[in-house]
Design a protein around this ligand. Structure first.
Ligand code: R2B
Ligand code: URA
Length: 297
């Protein structure tokens, strides 16, 4: 019986007794169902980002900031850690999803199934990531209004059985505004996010290994155009898949990404390790502030 209210729920499969959540290293069986429900049933916020290290940092930081007890030595990863790191801290599930849409998609499906089996209710998905800012400086947090694809359309297209299927990529407006209101002194803007399938040429960089088929002027004109005409404030590699999935599932979703650099000024990420740590802390802090307020603490 589903509690999470997945709109396009795959009843035919999800109601069967057994499921191997292969990439998470977890299984649903009649014997283990109760254990999954005990472990994950209280999850209300799924916080996901690319890197396993950041998933752990976020979990530990959330525990400290929200006063949630953790075991000595810090939080422990659940399941197998070959493909992702996943932690539960009170009502938060912190998980890494790797880089790019194919990797993200796998974890969106398996985490959503896990929450469905665990009987979760009222869950929100928040992607906490990194990005290239467009007209915003490194360290600025960008909350996504709408995700748009690399052709500047508010849609995400997936090829299934040889045919294209296109889904809308609007995100949850009230949730984005609540996150913006939780920025509390951290430089934060709201704007559109361009989701691409590549870090280099797909994002108009000229510092890849191959000679790009566009000029410096083409690059600059495109970045200026997406800033001025499409309201794009950052570019990353997961937003359209994430938004399309949340829409299909009927799960409120938000994207909170820090800019590592301003792409109107260059292509290389030149921030120091200390600055990069501070930058990713900015995005995490906005989300923790939001969760604290939302929990009424
Ligand atoms: C942001 O950072 C990663 C590439 O460096 C990618 O996952 C993304 O969206
Ligand atoms: N992640 C991206 O996808 N692009 C950037 O420019 C920085 C981080």
């Amino acid at each position: 019986m589903s509690m999470i209210k997945i709109e396009a729920r795959n009843n035919e499969f999800l109601d069967s007794d057994e499921d191997s959540l292969y990439h998470l290293g977890l299984k649903k069986t009649p014997q283990r169902l109760h254990q999954l429900q005990e472990m994950f049933g209280g999850v209300k916020y799924v916080c996901m980002g690319g890197s396993p290290e950041r998933a752990m940092t976020f979990g530990n930081k959330a525990a400290v900031e929200l006063g949630i007890p953790k075991s000595e030595g810090g939080i422990q990863a659940i399941g197998k850690t070959e493909r992702c790191h996943m932690f539960v801290v009170g009502p938060i599930l912190s998980i890494s999803h790797g880089m790019g849409m194919p990797s993200l998609s796998i974890f969106l499906h398996e985490v959503t199934k896990l929450l469905d089996y665990s009987g979760c209710t009222d869950v929100k998905f928040i992607r906490i990531g990194t990005s290239g800012g467009v007209g915003v400086e490194g360290g600025t947090v960008v909350i996504t209004e709408n995700a748009i694809n690399a052709k500047l359309e508010p849609t995400h297209t997936k090829t299934m059985l040889g045919e294209d299927h296109t889904f809308p990529t609007q995100l949850n407006g009230p949730l984005a505004l609540d996150l913006l209101a939780a920025s509390e002194g951290i430089e934060t803007v709201i704007g559109n996010t361009m989701g691409t399938d590549d870090f280099y040429e797909g994002q108009g960089r000229r510092d890849g290994a191959l000679k790009p088929p566009y000029s410096i002027q083409d690059r600059m004109e495109f970045l200026q155009k997406i800033h001025d005409q499409a309201g794009v404030r950052n570019i990353e590699m997961e937003s359209t898949e994430f938004a399309a999935f949340c829409n299909r599932a009927g799960i409120p979703g938000a994207i909170v990404c820090v800019a590592l650099l301003n792409r109107l000024k260059g292509d290389q990420v030149e921030a120091s390790p200390e600055q990069l740590t501070q930058y990713s802390d900015n995005a995490q802090t906005v989300v923790i502030n939001f969760i604290r307020k939302h929990l009424g603490r």
